[in-house]
Write a protein that binds this ligand. Structure first.
Ligand code: HEM
Length: 429
């Protein structure tokens, strides 16, 4: 069952409109907290205009943890990695404050600032680029992270760098392109409408003009995981169900142990985002028989069930043998090598997306999976698994790891005055 279906169920089969949701919740009037004076323009469909098929639900912005991590995964993503161009700690801090205010508004279905887009004074330059006017909020979440390089000597943050916030190591077989790797900051914008996601990151980038530059960006068009038991399992570009054994937000104990940081520092309540752009060599993959493909993952292509089992949710029979032919689940199957028992109990919350970036110089699809995992400990929950996969995974013949990045995503925002990084900037003096 998709998230959309679930929402329709909760609203008596009829999707709420963005405007209806906000009016019903009494949201809107108090949002002048953004500091600007002017009309609050809801971005949803205007009166008399068709509502379209978008999902009208909004995701709470404030909370113990940032949204966009355990939030039921949206269908689309736009991810931007930025470098900071200023050396001024105060300018960086003020930008993070501005971003928080703008993102809070956009995630509630408002322009980034009152009268900030199509209604701006004709002689003024708009703050909000305007392409989300008329669109639903589409469950927009904006999640921000800090890369290891932000903790160099520019901003006086070096002493506050968490020990685990280090560039990911080079893994066996990596063919990393530095131009699409790393970054001082990241913005992960997720929504059920790609234009809403792109708009949010674009407006924040524009607000940072002169202070930050975009290093690289990635658009993801279809989720490759589910992060809630209410969601169905989507398929990746290999045609396999992806996300079956993922951590789900309902597994509170496992999420607390493997996703949220508990260290008493400014990162307490935050999470580490590990990103890998993984090119999938689809022309090669598409020539394999179904049996060969299933042995790469250790799961069937139709149901996504473990080989030798019928249902997707059946436990993996890691210890069963196929007569004398060897283990039922091949020794180097992706699911076996990535599983918790094969990695000292390591687990992660996967939240990746499919991508297609055109064709390469040989006419092959430049397509793959933009892998994102959120973990409490990069060392124990991610690097251990990636090392195991990089050395032994049956899938390696069909993929190429092209980029690598890690970001520390600070905890959530306690109230409307809170801002991303407040704990970091207030503690690191
Ligand atoms: C193109 C890249 C990848 C593809 C197509 C892919 C696909 C899959 C598929 C089809 C499954 C089985 C269904 C499921 O449980 O979700 C799976 C499981 C899994 N994958 Fe991947 N994956 C990729 C990369 C990665 C990477 C880079 C990691 C971590 C470093 C990873 C970690 C996992 C984990 C933890 C599981 C669950 C294993 C279990 O407990 O059964 N995957 N993946």
């Amino acid at each position: 069952m998709s998230g959309d279906n679930k929402d329709r169920k909760n609203t008596g089969g009829r999707p709420l409109s963005r405007r209806g949701f906000l009016a019903g919740a009494g949201i809107g009037a108090g949002l002048g907290a953004a500091g600007a004076v002017g009309a609050d323009r809801f971005l949803g469909p205007r009166d008399g205009e068709p509502a379209g098929d978008g999902d009208s639900q909004t995701v709470p912005f404030n909370g113990e943890h940032q949204s966009g991590i355990t939030t039921a995964q949206q269908e689309r993503m736009y991810f931007v990695a930025l470098d900071v161009a200023t050396d001024s700690r105060d300018e960086l801090r003020d930008l993070l404050r501005t971003w928080t205010v703008m993102a809070r508004r956009m995630s509630q279905g408002l322009e980034a600032e009152p009268d900030g887009s199509v209604g701006v004074d004709r002689n003024a330059v708009a703050t909000d680029t305007g392409e989300a006017v008329g669109l639903r909020p589409a469950r927009l979440t904006v999640t921000v992270g800090f890369g290891p390089s932000l903790f160099d000597d520019r901003f006086g943050l070096a002493a506050a760098r968490p020990e685990e916030l280090e560039d990911l190591p080079h893994f066996a077989g990596d063919q990393i392109n530095e131009e699409i790797s790393r970054g001082d900051l990241c913005i992960q914008a997720c929504a059920d409408d790609p234009q809403v996601a792109v708009h949010a990151a674009r407006v924040l980038t524009k607000a940072g003009s002169g202070l930050v530059t975009v290093k690289w960006a990635q658009l993801g068009f279809g989720r490759t995981a589910s992060t809630s038991i209410t969601q169905g399992t989507p398929r990746n570009l290999f045609g396999f169900k992806d996300g079956t054994a993922n951590l789900k937000n309902e597994y509170t104990n496992l999420i607390n142990e493997h996703v949220w940081v508990h260290d008493g520092s400014w990162m307490d309540g935050g999470s580490y985002l590990c990103a890998r752009r993984i090119r999938m060599l689809l022309e090669n993959w598409d020539r394999q028989t179904r049996r060969e493909q299933e042995e790469v993952f250790g799961r069937t292509k139709d149901e996504g069930a473990p080989i030798g089992r019928e249902h997707e949710e059946d436990p993996m029979p890691f210890n069963e043998w196929h007569g004398t032919d060897g283990p039922l689940i091949p020794a180097h199957a992706h699911s076996r090598l990535a599983s918790a028992p094969a990695n000292d109990g390591a687990r992660m919350l996967r939240r990746g997306y499919n991508f297609v970036g055109g064709v390469d110089e040989y006419g092959h699809l430049d397509a793959g999976l933009f892998f994102i995992a959120f973990v409490a400990s990069p060392r124990d929950d991610f690097i251990a698994v990636q090392s195991n996969l990089s050395h032994h995974d049956n899938m390696n013949e069909f993929v190429r790891y092209e980029s690598s990045a890690i970001f520390a995503c600070p905890p959530g925002l306690v109230d409307d005055d809170d801002w991303w990084g407040r704990g970091l900037f207030e503690r690191a003096t």
